[in-house]
Design a protein around this ligand. Sequence first.
Ligand code: ZN
Ligand code: ZN
Ligand code: ZN
Length: 548
Amino acid sequence: MKNIVSFLFLFIFVFSSQAQSQVVSSKQNDNPKLVVGIVVDQMRYDYLTRFYNKYGEGGFKRMINEGYNCKNNHFNYVPTYTGPGHTSVYTGATPKYHGIIGNNWYDKELKKSVYCAGDETVQSVGTTDIAGQMSPHRMKTTTFADENRLFTQMRGKTIGVALKDRGAILPAGHTANAAYWFHGKDEGNWISSTFYIKELPKWVLNFNKKKSVASYFKEWNTYYDISTYTESGSDLNNFEGGFKGKETATFPYDLEALKKQNGNYEILKISAYGNDITTDFALAAIEGEQLGEDNYTDILTLSYSSSDYVGHNFGVNSKEVQDTYIRLDKNLERLFSYLDANIGKNQYTVFLTADHAAVDVPAYLQTVKIPAGYIDSKAQKNKFMEFVEAEYGTADLIENVSNNQVFLNRAKLKELDLDLDDVQNAIVNEIINYEHIDKAYTATTMSSTEFNSGIEALLQKGFNQKKSGDVIFVYDPAFISYSKTGSTHGSGLNYDTHVPLLFFGKGIKHGNTFQKTEITDIAPTMSALLGISFPNGAIGQPLEFVLE
Ligand code: ZN
Ligand code: ZN
Ligand code: ZN
C-alpha cells in the first residue's frame, strides 16, 4: 500500500513537472531563435524605392514582399548622427534620455571633447592601437538586447558587429557578450575591447588570420553595366570627393593601386566592399558564437557602415552610392540564405533601418535652383566671438561651440556677475540675425517649454539638460557646414530623418503602412515581440500592426 501511494505521488510529481517544463519550453519556442537587427548607415528611405528595380528577390525585396514595410519612419530628434542614431534604434529613447547627444561632444564636467564610445579605462583586444579602447559607458539607458539578456538570465547571447566601433558597441548594449569592429590602417583586423573579453575568441583569430579582407583589394566596378544605372546622376560630376591618386571620381576604382595613398585598409571602408567584409564577419560570428542554436533568443546587432563612408565621399545622388546599395542587397540575400539554411526559415526575425539619412549635395541642389548652400562656421564663430567680446568685455564667456550649440563658461559668468538667462537670450537675439541661421533657442526654453510638434519638438528630444549647451541653433534647409563635395547629415529635416523600417521573419505580419512611425518605436516593438521588458528609458510605442 505504502508503495502504491508513493508511486502515485511520484507519478503526479513527474507528470506535473513535465507539464510545467512543457509550458516553459513551448513559451521559449514561440520566440525567434535569433534576432538580427540591421542598421544601414546613412540609408535614405528613397534608396528602397529609387533603386527598387535593380534589387534582386532575396534582399530588400524579400523583406518588403514577405514582411512589413513602414514607409513613413522618421527620426524624432536632432542631431541625426551615427552615435545617437544607433543608440536610439536599440534603446527606444532619444538623446534627451539616453545621453548620447552626438558622435563627439563637449563634456561640461571634463571640460574637453569626448567621443560617444571612447573609454580610456579599458584596453584594446586584437590590436596594440588605441582603437579598441571603447565601451558603451556613456549610454545611460538599456538596449532591448540588454533586456533580452536580463530576461534569459544571460542565456540569450548578444553580439555586435560593424566596421565602425560605435555602430557595433552602442546597439549591443552594456551586457553584450562581445562587440567587434574593424581596425583598418595597416592591420585590417576585427578587434574588440577588454570591456567584453580578455582576448579574441578562436573564430575571430582564425578570421583575421585568413586575411580574407585583403582579397577585397581588387577592382571596384559597377555590379551591372553602368549604362543601366539610370536612377543616379552621371558618374563624372563636380560633387564628388573621390580617392587620392585618381583624377576623377569615376568607375572603375583599382583599390589595390589606390590603397597606399588612401590609408591602406581604410580605403575598403569607403568602397562597397566594406559591406561584403561586414557580412563575411557576421556569418562567421553566427557560426563561431553558435547564435540561434538553442531556445534562448540570441541577438546579432549588425550595422553596415560603408554606405555612410561612400555617401560622405560621393554624395547621395552618385553612381557609387547606387552601386553600394545594389551590392548591399546581394549581401542581405547572402545573409538571409545563410539564416534559412542554418537557423531555419521562420525561426529568426530581422529588422532593417538606418541611423540617419543624408542631404543631397547642396552644390548640386543649387544647380537645379533648390535653396541650398554652405555655412562658413569658422567665420560665423569669429563674428559671434567679436559680439561677446564687445558686449561683455571678454570672449572667455564662451567655453565651446560645437554640434550647433554654444556652451557658456559658468565660472566666468559668476565672476562677471552676469545672469545666465540674460546672456543666453542675448546670444539668441544676436545669432538669429546671422545669415542661414534659421532658428535659435536657449537651454532654458528647451527645458521649460513642452514642444509637441515641429523642429522644436525634435530639438527638445535631442536636448539633454545635463549635457547639452546653453544655446542651440539650426541652419536653413539644405545648408551644411561641410566640404562642397559629398553628402552629410545631422538636421531634423526630412532628408535626414526619413529612413527605411522593414521587419521580416518570425512573428511579423505581411503589410505596409504610410502611418508615421518613429525610430524609438523599434525597440519597444522588438521587446513586445520577445515578451521582454522594454528598455528602461524607451519612450516609443510597439507597432502593433507589425506583430502577428
Ligand atoms: Zn551614421
Ligand atoms: Zn562618380
Ligand atoms: Zn555619416
